[in-house]
Design a protein around this ligand. Structure first.
Ligand SMILES: Cc1cc2nc3c(=O)[nH]c(=O)nc-3n(C[C@H](O)[C@H](O)[C@H](O)COP(=O)(O)OP(=O)(O)OC[C@H]3O[C@@H](n4cnc5c(N)ncnc54)[C@H](O)[C@@H]3O)c2cc1C
Ligand SMILES: *[C@@H]1O[C@H](CO)[C@@H](O)[C@H](O)[C@H]1NC(C)=O
Ligand SMILES: *[C@@H]1O[C@H](CO)[C@@H](O)[C@H](O)[C@H]1NC(C)=O
Ligand SMILES: *[C@@H]1O[C@H](CO)[C@@H](O)[C@H](O)[C@H]1NC(C)=O
Ligand SMILES: *[C@@H]1O[C@H](CO)[C@@H](O)[C@H](O)[C@H]1NC(C)=O
Ligand SMILES: *[C@@H]1O[C@H](CO)[C@@H](O)[C@H](O)[C@H]1NC(C)=O
Length: 539
């Protein structure tokens, strides 16, 4: 008796000492979890068939099924205690209630493309478990209404395909990679080849369904405009479990044109890229030209060069495209035979890099063509990077085996949307986004070298990119920018990465977080923290 009172006292002391939360690791008993799920289920369901532990022979297959960065699939990466694969929203509601009750730390995975693997690996907090939404992926297209409901576990490619089944003149402005999970992708903004015409996927969301920390299922009306604002760009994993988006479909012409034109250093790549930087954000909004910068061998034995590949979508036919490029970008030398006229759905297959003649049905396979070991970092350029700096960049590119730098043009609709309309702040004045990507094929390679290379290039370009803050794209998550150390991280610590991803919108995201999840149940290394107790208002 005396004993239990004193241990109770010590628990109270611990509670009092912790400012507002405690991180205790409670050993998780599958049994109590399953019992809790049953208790909180609207109808009886064999929940054990949705629960994978390392003892199940298929555990590793399920874990790796959508782990898109192989860097986090090695034996050294921490593994979840279990993976839960809900089939219905009510299953997720029960999971949230029971995880809270049993002190289980959850990670949420839709398509698994998180650059730092945060949807299936937790470095800072263990044990942890994964809710994998891959089986929650129905799509309902309503052409009459120009809208669609798409569940979080569906990929953007599946959405494109389902739209194309119904109409040749509708599309959706999400990613060019087509295996992205709609849950994580749209939460962080989501751009593709139509961003200059229609903005981000997040800009085209009209309703959503989310399960909050109390296990309630909320639509836009029920969640209110603050939370609805936060989830359209504030990134996944901070506010709740998103189960579906209602999106506005956009109109596309029945004939669109795509092309890829490459220029090497020998063909004047540096000067042409200077011109691209001047005009890429000012071109006709129907035209999107991004640039892939890579290294290549020349015919001259042992000598390497840089190739700049201009990869484009034009929302119109080749005749009009040639008029636009001859007028605005004659240096590219685009010719009729470079242009491929096709329909919108085939253009999405092309832009994702599938081989010629691949049918759009390939999207139903949810295949990621870039599944590899990688590290990425991002930047935003507001001014032209001068020729001398580009030459320095080429030198850096020659230092690794297969570097990739991608320049994505902004302007158009991106400049018309105010910075605070959604949490995604990289709008007016942004010329283009830069991605530095280092990839490798083999776990035995010199990983540190590859990762270090992205940091060196990032450092090298410091004088030429956005500053105070140096902006970054939250969907290209980069833990170098800062990290929450634990559940009771400070807003100040989080502002290191938060203001890079969201600029001043970060502070509004903190207020929404404080409102909807004050105890920081939904969290990860770069989630939005709530205000500490002593800083909260009384109303
Ligand atoms: C090869 C590759 C190509 C890419 N191409 C593009 C591109 O063309 N355009 C673009 O904009 N971005 C692109 N990205 C980045 C991509 O948008 C982000 O990685 C995005 O977060 C992926 O979402 P996901 O659901 O697939 O990833 P996940 O890893 O499942 O999730 C990402 C984050 O969101 C959280 N989350 C996931 N689902 C939910 C949910 N239902 N509710 C709440 N939180 C959730 C996760 O916990 C995690 O923190 C690319 C990434 C890769 C690896
Ligand atoms: C995992 O194994 C347990 C115990 O054998 C079983 O009850 C459960 O159904 C298995 N899970 C899945 C998803 O098959
Ligand atoms: C370029 O040449 C090097 C060495 O000659 C070779 O190892 C490499 O595979 C070549 N790369 C390409 C893309 O052909
Ligand atoms: C694919 O199509 C492009 C453009 O028409 C062409 O240049 C290329 O050679 C084709 N590739 C293959 C492998 O057929
Ligand atoms: C789309 O691509 C498929 C596969 O290459 C092809 O059969 C079809 O004709 C294409 N459609 C159009 C409109 O180009
Ligand atoms: C969380 O991290 C901070 C430092 O960032 C530290 O002061 C604090 O003690 C940590 N809290 C716990 C519970 O580990």
């Amino acid at each position: 008796m005396v004993h239990s009172v004193s241990s109770l006292l010590s628990i109270i002391v611990v509670l009092l000492l912790s400012p507002y939360v405690i991180s205790v690791s409670i050993p998780i008993h599958q049994d109590s979890f399953l019992k809790c799920l049953e208790r909180n289920s609207e109808s009886p369901f064999p929940f054990s068939t949705l629960l994978y532990t390392p003892k199940n022979s298929t555990f590793t297959t399920i874990l790796q099924s959508s782990a898109q960065n192989l860097r986090f699939t090695l034996p050294s990466s921490p593994k979840p205690e279990f993976i839960f694969t809900p089939l219905k929203e009510s299953h997720i509601q029960a999971v949230v209630i029971c995880s809270k009750e049993l002190g289980i730390h959850l990670r949420i995975r839709s398509g698994g493309h998180d650059y730092e693997g945060l949807s299936y690996v937790s470095e800072i907090e263990r044990p942890f478990s994964v809710v994998d939404l891959a089986k929650l992926r129905s799509i309902r297209i309503d052409i009459e209404d120009n809208s669609a409901w798409v569940q979080a576990g569906a990929t953007n490619g599946e959405l494109y395909y389902r739209i194309s089944e119904k109409s040749e003149t509708h599309g959706f402005p999400a990613g060019t990679c087509t295996s992205l999970g709609m849950g994580g992708h749209v939460s962080g903004g989501a751009y593709g080849a139509m961003l200059r015409k229609y903005g981000l996927a997040a800009d085209n969301v009209i309703d959503a369904r989310i399960i909050d920390v109390h296990g309630r299922l909320l639509d836009r009306k029920a969640m209110g405009e603050d939370l609805f604002w936060a989830i359209r760009g504030g990134a996944g994993g901070s506010f709740g479990i998103l189960t579906a988006w209602k999106v506005k479909l956009v109109l596309v012409p029945s004939t669109v044109t795509v092309f890829t034109v490459a220029k090497t250093l020998e063909q004047g790549a540096t000067k042409i890229l200077c011109k691209w930087q001047q005009i890429a954000d000012k071109l006709d909004e129907d035209l999107f030209i991004r640039v892939y910068v890579q290294t290549a061998n020349t015919s001259n034995e042992g000598k390497r060069t840089i190739t700049t590949s201009y990869n484009a979508l034009f929302l119109g036919d080749a005749d009009r495209l040639l008029q636009v490029t001859e007028h605005s970008f004659p240096e590219l030398g685009l010719a009729r035979q470079d242009c491929i006229e096709t329909n919108w759905i085939n253009s999405t297959v092309y832009l994702d890099g599938f081989p010629n003649n691949t049918l759009p049905e390939v999207f139903l396979e949810r295949r990621n063509l870039l599944k590899t070991y990688f590290k990425g970092k991002s930047d935003y350029a507001r001014e032209v990077i001068p020729e001398t700096a580009l030459e320095g960049l080429w030198e850096k590119l020659f230092e690794v085996e297969s570097p990739l730098v991608i320049l994505t043009p902004y302007g158009g609709m991106m400049s018309k949307i105010p910075e605070s309309q959604t949490p995604f702040p990289h709008r007016k004045g942004t010329k283009f986004k830069i991605l530095y990507w280092s990839r490798w094929q083999d776990a035995e390679e010199n990983v540190a070298n590859h990762i270090d290379w992205t940091r060196k290039v990032y450092k090298f370009l410091t004088p030429y990119v956005s500053k105070s803050p140096r902006e970054a794209y939250v969907n290209y998550r980069d833990l170098d920018l800062g990290m929450n150390k634990n559940r009771s991280t400070s807003v100040e610590e989080a502002s290191a990465f938060g203001t890079k991803y969201f600029k001043d919108n970060f502070y509004r995201l903190v207020l929404v977080k404080t409102e909807v999840d004050p105890d920081n149940f939904f969290r990860h290394e770069q989630s939005i923290p709530p205000l500490p107790l002593h800083m909260r208002g009384r109303n």
